[in-house]
Ligand binder design. Structure first.
Ligand code: PLP
Length: 446
């Protein structure tokens, strides 16, 4: 605890310089929500308050915060090898981590390309998909298909295939040749469902409509989150992902799963691909790969995709893509330690085991004032609150702010939707405590 105590005495004395990401800066700087230290399920504020982390960092600290073995691995790695050139050279832990990740992935998803974030993972996957068709003589396949309400990070590729209007409308014309599947959420049909809703599998057939409109020979890839996290925890309807896979197969279209949130245990499996029995051609990961401790992302490709690139003279680069910090030694060391923790503590199975209890606790919010829907899947819950007339997002913002200041709880908001996704180490008692706090907040903002 010594370093927590020393962190607590740090004070921030000037809030002007830092332009905060995805944050209303003026409101934040008027009443900052500052975090000074963390351990396990808890954050600690500069004045020493313990705050329950109901969001696993930002859907990333799946093993909890500041786990000893991850901290030690990062410290040792920094002392031993701070950095190794990422192009033309490599270090041993990058191969070890890639092998460990490949072993967790289903089917022949077994070639791992590293980057530093979910956004980079998405752009990497989209570029691999385009290049894959190009080198196989199908360069006409340039269209990318995303989905309404999808979130794929903030790169130009990601916002182009993404389906959140505010992330798109300020940023020009985006990538050309992108189309979108409809969102899978329908409140009338799905409200208060635990797990995958029965209604909506047929929406995958919209892909056939898009293929009929553009022609399969122009389409490179379809990208979806198996569970859309950032727009409020939207689990896939039953059969939906299987139908998407079948249509992609029929038309030679690559299927990309963006598992930046669902990867590494959130849905009770290493990857959602396993939960749903659907193997994509490319799988994006980030966040949980090292429990959020060092920036890292990546793409797992099917062996056949990788092999398609392995032609031509051996001294020539096969894929003109990569980042200075691809497979950074600190991120790899942290990743290996996190995977050890996930295995030794059985955290993915634990998530599966406590899913019913988590869902039950979340559903107790039904009937509270202004609660329009509660959805759960794995260790994630989305709660839609009724927007205040003429002020969309205000009730949600106030809920997040009150949760932190009045209830000692961190939650996520997307407009008036609250999202809860604690670390997978959350105890049964803590699940109850989290949802009681959420209930108090909902009453307070009614
Ligand atoms: C599904 C998905 N893809 C991509 C991203 C972007 O990740 P990053 O913020 O690390 O760039 C996120 C972030 O939440 C995400 O949820």
């Amino acid at each position: 605890m010594a370093n927590i105590e020393s962190a607590l005495v740090l004070q921030t004395n000037d809030l002007d310089a830092f332009w905060l990401p995805f944050t209303p800066n003026r409101a934040f700087k008027r009443a900052p929500r500052l975090i000074a230290a963390a351990r396990g399920m808890y954050y600690f504020t500069p004045d020493g308050r313990a705050v329950v982390d109901g969001l696993a960092g930002l859907w990333c600290s799946n093993a909890g915060h500041n786990r000893d073995t991850i901290v030690a691995a990062i410290q040792q790695q920094a002392a031993e090898l701070d950095y190794a050139a990422a192009f033309h050279f490599a270090h041993a832990k990058s191969f070890e981590l890639a092998s460990r990740i490949a072993a967790l992935a289903p089917g022949d998803l077994n070639r791992v390309f590293f980057c530093n974030s979910g956004s980079e993972a998405v752009d990497t996957a989209l570029k691999i998909a385009l290049a894959y068709h190009n080198i196989r003589g199908e360069g006409g396949r340039t269209r990318l298909i995303g989905r309404e309400r999808g979130y794929h990070g903030v790169g130009f590729g990601g916002i182009s295939v993404g389906g959140i209007v505010n992330n798109r409308k300020f940023f020009g014309t985006l990538l050309a040749g992108v189309d979108h599947l409809p969102a899978t959420y329908n409140r009338e049909q799905q409200a208060f469902t635990k797990g995958e809703p029965q209604w909506g599998g047929h929406l995958a057939d919209e892909l056939e409509r898009i293929v009929a409109l553009h022609g399969a020979s122009t389409i490179a890839a379809v990208i979806v989150e198996p569970m859309a996290g950032s727009t409020g925890v939207l689990p896939p309807p039953q059969g939906y992902l299987q139908r998407l896979r079948a249509i992609c197969d029929r038309h030679g279209i690559l299927l990309i799963f963006d598992e930046v949130i669902t990867g590494f245990g959130r849905l009770g499996h290493a990857f959602a691909a396993e939960r749903y029995g659907v193997t994509p051609d490319l799988l994006c990961f980030a966040k949980g790969v090292n429990s959020g401790s060092v920036p890292m992302g990546g793409v797992i490709a099917r062996e056949s995709v990788y092999e398609a690139f392995m032609h031509g003279p051996e001294h020539v680069i096969e894929l003109f893509h990569g980042y200075t910090y691809s497979a950074h030694p600190l991120a790899c060391a942290a990743g290996l330690a996190a995977l050890d923790l996930y295995r030794d503590e059985g955290l993915f199975d634990r998530a599966k085991r406590i899913e019913p209890l988590f869902a039950e606790a979340a559903m107790k919010l039904k009937g509270l004032p202004g609660v329009l829907d509660v959805r759960t899947v794995g260790i994630a819950a989305g709660i839609d609150l009724a927007p205040r007339p003429g002020a969309p997002g205000e009730r949600g913002y106030e809920a997040m702010d009150r949760a932190f200041h009045d209830e000692d709880l961190v939650i996520r908001i997307a407009g008036d939707t609250l999202a809860i996704a604690p670390p997978l180490i959350v105890s049964e008692a803590e699940i109850g405590e989290i949802f009681e706090k959420v209930a108090s907040v909902i009453r307070a903002v009614a």
